[in-house]
Structure formats: structure tokens, C-alpha cells
Design a protein around this ligand. Structure first.
Ligand SMILES: Cc1cc2nc3c(=O)[nH]c(=O)nc-3n(C[C@H](O)[C@H](O)[C@H](O)COP(=O)(O)OP(=O)(O)OC[C@H]3O[C@@H](n4cnc5c(N)ncnc54)[C@H](O)[C@@H]3O)c2cc1C
Length: 463
């Protein structure tokens, strides 16, 4: 059971996406009053495309008691298959070891954005969170702790959380201007297709399939109890606009290379719900916390991951979990600012590191044909021929750098890091606030201070 915060304060969350809902759960379950303001109607702000939930995120949702709901919708995946996109040539495999995943206290789950979104919004409501739909925030005044809605209503709170994504107004408040992001020249096209139209290879097991093409790549995995497959196709693309919720794009079939793995070709040719998200570079925010210490950004608003990144959703949930863990210790208002700065300290480095790791994966997956691509493919095939996982160590090597990265990512328990901060710094700060009081307390001689249990009832009888 989580600790209940000794002091209950009011939070307003701008944005009812994954980050917004997750932070609402994390804060409400430790006793705070939380309202979420979502501009959409509660349907159009979730997507029907695939999501991979890595172990570092499943362990948080399990801690929050959501494991049964996740197991209902998610497929547990333990196998990754790597192949050439043009000709299905198998390059290698990665099988997650059951014992290793157990040690990491999390599974790799496959589901959709809409299913995850529904689980989180149901949980938020169950924790007493007030979710207001059709509530578009048009301005934020961090100094006053106020937001104004398009309807004209003004709402106030002790702390405002900006969870409105990379294009929302929360980033603008911190940057001081609207950051449109710079297209990097790549897009991801997301789609889903019924598996009855797919050959067995993809639907038989809960396999994540990764196809490496010439300057492009694809990832696919089963969803909806294997009745459908989700596909992401990443390519070099001059398009400059395209995001979640846009109308379906119609050119996927023309965009995938020819010749192409027939499974990917089939998906591309029959896709009717494909959505293009253009990958943009957003300048990193120096600070996620406003000087007023009443406003903080989280999720995509704080750290915009490309839409193909496995860790995009997980980072939003980790942000939320850390906020919840810190604010469960709130006993006076003067702690708010130190908790928000602690949140930034704990999260900024982790997110920046994983952002780089994800960019590395994109580079690796989409190498153009040439010496680097040949070296990549040969390296993978060599391991496969030797019966090894793609991330297995070479003889004499303890672990590969790739495995080190993956282990550090999946093993990480963000809630432990928040607890460590509290023990190392938070408690210290509390004690430092009243040195005389604590000194005096320490100097008073009592048997219980000496660790001796006194039977009070015997004393009482004597009297
Ligand atoms: C409609 C939609 C569909 C998506 N579908 C998928 C998917 O299928 N697969 C996948 O991997 N990822 C998907 N994503 C992206 C995924 O949610 C993010 O990559 C990541 O999980 C972090 O999300 P976030 O909550 O920080 O930001 P977002 O997901 O961008 O959520 C931001 C939320 O804030 C709301 N909002 C924005 N401005 C305002 C405002 N002014 N006032 C009130 N509310 C506001 C938005 O409507 C949205 O609900 C989708 C995102 C959206 C918005």
C-alpha cells in the first residue's frame, strides 16, 4: 500500500494522455486531489495503433495494482526476430530469458494505445480523479497557479502539471515561445491489420518482428489476442507535418520498398487506417520546472521521443511514478519546490540517456546499404549461426554494450530512485529545518530512546 501524504494539495493536470492519466493515478493514490483537463472528448485522444510496454514500465503498473487489467489485454512477448526487409532473410533472434525478466520484475507486453489509455483512465477515476473532457486549456499562469479554459473558466491549483505533449502549450510556457520542432527527414507510418489475412509466421507466437531495409525499417507485433497485427514502418521522408490523430495517410503501399517481405507488403497494401507521424527534433528544455515552483512538465511535453521509440510511453509513466513517490512525503507547502526540483534531477538524465539510445536503434535499423549495413548484418548472422542471441556476449566478453544498455533500461526502478532521494536528501532537509528540536529530542534520556521496551502497565499498577 502506498503512503498517504500527510498534507493533501490540489493538482491540475493539463492533458489526459498517458502521462497525464498516469500522473493523476500516482498522485491520487497517495491522497492528493487531482483534476485532469483534456481538450478532446475522451475517445479521439487515444490511438488504435500498437504499443510495446517494456519491463521498466510493467513493474510500475503492477505496483499500482493494474497487472490483471494489463494481462487481460496485453500479450507477453519473449522473442524478437530480425530480418532483411527486402527478402525475409533471417538475420538473428533475441529471446528474453525468463529468469532475467523475473529478476527485472517486469514483462514485455504488447497492446494498443487505446487499451492502455482505457486502463489508466478507469484507474484514475477509481482513485477519485476528476477527468474533464472537452476542456481545452488556452493559457497557464504558473505564478498564480491558474489555467484558463477555452470555455472561459479559470481554475487554480497548488501545482499545475503540463502533460499536453510536445506540441502543447505547456512547453511554450517554459520556452517562452512556440517550438514547432524541426523535421529530421524521417517519418513513421503506423497501422494495424486483421491477422486472418497474415501468414502464420507473425501470428503464431507473440513475436516482435524487426525488418531492416535500405534506409528504412519495420517493426510488427500481434495485438488484440493475436487477432490483429500492429505495424510501424520508418523511412526517410520529406514530409514536414503529420501526427497522431491525423486522417489516414494513403501512400503506405507506395512507400514500402520493392521487393519487400511479403508480410509487410500485405499489411502495406491493405492498410486503411495508417497514420503518419513526422519525426521532429525539439530543443531540450533546460528546466522542466517553472521558477514559480508551481508548474512542471512531464511526458512528451518534457522530453519528446520519436513515435517509434519503445520507451516513449514508459518514460511518461516513469515520470508519473516518481512524482507520486516524492509527493507522498508532503507535509508542508515549502517542500513543494524541492520535490519538483528533485523530480527534474531524477528524471532528466534518465530520459536524455534513453533518448540517445532510441536514436541509436533508429540509426541501426535504417542503415543505408553499404559497409556499415554489411557489418551489421554479418555480425547478426554470425551470432545466429552460432546459436546465440543477437545481444549475447562474445567469448571472453562479460556482456555486450547493447545488453548492458538494455539491462540498465529494463532493470531500472524509478520508484526506488525516488525513495533513495527521499532517504538521502528529503529526510535530511526535514531534519535540518529544526536542528534545536531534533537535538533536544536526541538528548532526552528515556528507556525507549535506548531501545528498551518498558512495560507501562506495571508502572501504572505501582502508582
Ligand atoms: C491521439 C493520440 C494517439 C496516440 N496513439 C499512439 C499509438 O497508437 N501508439 C503509440 O505508440 N503512441 C501513440 N500516441 C503517443 C503516445 O501517447 C506518446 O508517445 C507517449 O505515450 C507520451 O504521451 P504524453 O501523454 O506525454 O503526450 P500525448 O500522448 O501527446 O498526450 C497529450 C494529451 O494532452 C491533450 N492536450 C493537448 N493540448 C491540450 C490543451 N491545450 N488542453 C487540454 N488537453 C490538451 C491531448 O489531447 C492529449 O490527450 C498517441 C498520442 C495521441 C495524442
Amino acid at each position: 500500500m502506498p503512503l498517504e501524504a500527510p498534507l493533501r494539495i490540489r493538482f491540475l493536470v493539463v492533458g489526459g494522455g498517458i502521462a497525464g492519466l498516469a500522473s493523476a493515478i500516482a498522485l491520487a493514490r497517495v491522497g492528493h486531489e487531482v483534476a485532469v483537463l483534456e481538450k478532446d472528448d475522451g475517445q479521439s485522444n487515444s490511438g488504435h495503433h500498437g504499443i510495446r510496454i517494456p519491463p521498466n514500465m510493467t513493474k510500475i503498473l503492477s505496483n499500482w495494482g493494474l497487472k490483471p487489467q494489463l494481462q487481460d489485454v496485453g500479450l507477453v512477448s519473449r522473442i524478437l526476430l530480425f530480418s532483411r526487409l527486402e527478402n525475409e532473410e533471417l538475420l538473428g533472434t533475441q529471446v528474453w530469458d525468463y529468469e532475467v525478466l523475473k529478476e527485472m520484475r517486469g514483462e514485455f507486453l504488447l497492446t494498443t494505445h487505446a487499451e492502455l489509455h482505457r486502463i489508466l483512465s478507469d484507474a484514475a477515476v477509481a482513485h477519485g480523479v476528476n477527468i474533464r473532457y472537452d476542456a481545452q486549456v488556452v493559457s497557464i499562469d504558473p505564478d498564480l497557479g491558474q489555467v484558463r479554459l477555452a470555455s472561459g473558466d479559470t481554475l487554480s491549483a497548488d501545482v499545475i502539471i503540463g502533460a499536453d505533449g510536445e506540441t502543447g502549450i505547456s512547453r511554450d510556457v517554459l520556452v517562452g515561445q512556440h517550438d514547432r520542432g524541426t523535421p529530421v527527414g524521417m517519418s513513421v507510418i503506423h497501422t494495424t491489420i486483421a491477422t486472418k489475412e497474415m501468414p502464420d509466421a507473425i501470428r503464431q507466437a507473440n513475436v516482435i518482428f524487426a525488418g531492416f531495409g535500405n534506409g528504412c525499417g519495420a517493426a510488427a507485433w500481434p495485438i488484440h489476442q493475436r487477432k490483429e497485427v500492429a505495424l510501424e514502418f520508418i523511412l526517410r521522408d520529406p514530409a514536414t507535418e503529420g501526427t497522431w490523430g491525423d486522417a489516414p495517410c494513403t501512400d503506405l503501399s507506395a512507400l514500402v520498398p520493392s521487393p519487400c517481405d511479403p508480410r509487410v507488403r500485405l499489411v502495406a497494401d491493405s492498410a486503411t487506417n495508417a497514420v503518419r507521424t513526422v519525426i521532429k527534433d525539439y530543443s531540450p528544455l533546460e528546466s522542466w520546472v517553472h521558477d514559480s515552483a508551481r508548474f512542471v512538465v512531464i511526458g512528451q511535453a518534457a522530453h519528446a521521443f520519436p513515435a517509434i521509440a519503445v520507451q516513449a510511453v514508459a518514460m511518461a509513466v516513469e515520470d508519473a511514478a516518481v512524482l507520486g513517490k516524492l509527493f507522498c512525503h508532503l507535509s508542508s507547502r515549502d517542500q513543494i519546490s524541492s520535490f519538483l526540483w528533485a523530480f527534474q534531477d531524477i528524471r532528466q538524465k534518465r530520459c536524455a540517456t534513453l533518448h540517445q539510445v532510441e536514436l541509436g536503434y533508429i540509426w541501426f535499423m535504417t542503415l543505408q546499404d553499404g559497409p556499415h549495413q554489411q557489418a551489421r548484418d554479418e555480425g547478426l548472422k554470425e551470432r545466429y549461426r552460432a546459436g546465440k542471441n543477437v545481444m549475447s556476449a562474445e567469448d571472453g566478453e562479460e556482456e555486450t554494450p547493447q545488453w548492458r544498455d538494455v539491462r540498465a533500461t529494463f532493470d531500472y526502478d524509478c520508484e526506488d530512485h525516488a525513495d533513495d532521494w527521499w532517504v538521502q536528501w528529503g529526510l535530511l532537509r526535514e531534519r535540518a529545518k529544526s536542528p534545536e528540536a531534533s537535538q533536544a529530542r536526541d538528548l532526552v534520556f528515556t528507556w525507549s530512546n535506548m531501545g528498551v521496551a518498558v512495560d507501562q502497565s506495571t508502572d501504572a499498577k505501582r502508582e
